[in-house]
Design a protein around this ligand. Sequence first.
Ligand code: B4P
Length: 188
Amino acid sequence: MTRLLLIGMPGAGKGTQAERLSQSYGIPAISTGDIFRHNVKNETELGKQAKAFMDRGEYVPDSLTNALVRDRLSHSDARNGFLLDGYPRTADQVAELDDILASMGEKLDAVVNITANTDEVVKRLLNRAKEQGRADDTEEVIRRRLEVYEEQTAPLIAIYESRGLVVTVDGLGEVSEVTQRITDALSN
Ligand code: B4P
C-alpha cells in the first residue's frame, strides 16, 4: 500500500494513525493540518491567511490548500508513496488531487475511512485542549468543525466508494487496536 488517504471526522484519529502507518509502510505522512499549524506558528504569509479560518473551525480556502499539497507531493520523498492525512476535505480538493495524480501518472491504492461518534470525538478533543492548548479545540469550535465535516467532507466518502477505494475501519478503542484494524483491512 503506497498511496493512501485518511478520512474521518475531527478527532477520529487521523493524525494519530497517520504517524504509525507512515512508519510501518515507510511512506511520508502529509497532514495539511500540521503544515498549516507549522505556518501559523512561524507567522508565514500562508500561516497568517490560514489562521483566521482555523480558529473559527472553518476550512482554509481550497486555493491555498491545493497549492500547498501540489507542492508537497512534488517532493522526492513522495515519489514512491504517501499518506495524505486530512486532504482532500472538499469536492474541489478531490478534483485537484485527481489532477495532481494524473499529471504524476499515479493513482490511489485506498481511502481509509476512520469512523467515530460525536460524543467520543468531543471528549478526545477537549482532552487534547487540556494537554496541548490548540486554538481550535474549544467546545464551540469543535462543534463547528464537526458541522463543516458533515457538510463538506462526509459526502466525499461516496465519491471514493464509487471508485471502489474505501476501506472503513472502526476508530473506537485503543490506538494500537485501531492501527491493527487498518493494517488488516489494507492487507485484504
Ligand atoms: P487537522 O489537523 O486535520 O485536525 P483534526 O481533524 O482535528 O484531526 P487530527 O488528525 O488532529 O486529530 P486526531 O483525529 O488524530 O485539521 C485542523 C484544521 O486545519 C481544520 O479544521 C482546517 O481548518 C485546517 N485544514 C486541515 N486540512 C485542511 C484541508 N484539506 N482543507 C482545508 N482546511 C484544512 O486525534 C484527536 C485526539 O484524539 C488526539 O488528542 C489523539 O491523541 C486522540 N486519539 C486519537 N485516537 C484515539 C483513540 N483510539 N483513543 C483515544 N484517543 C484517541
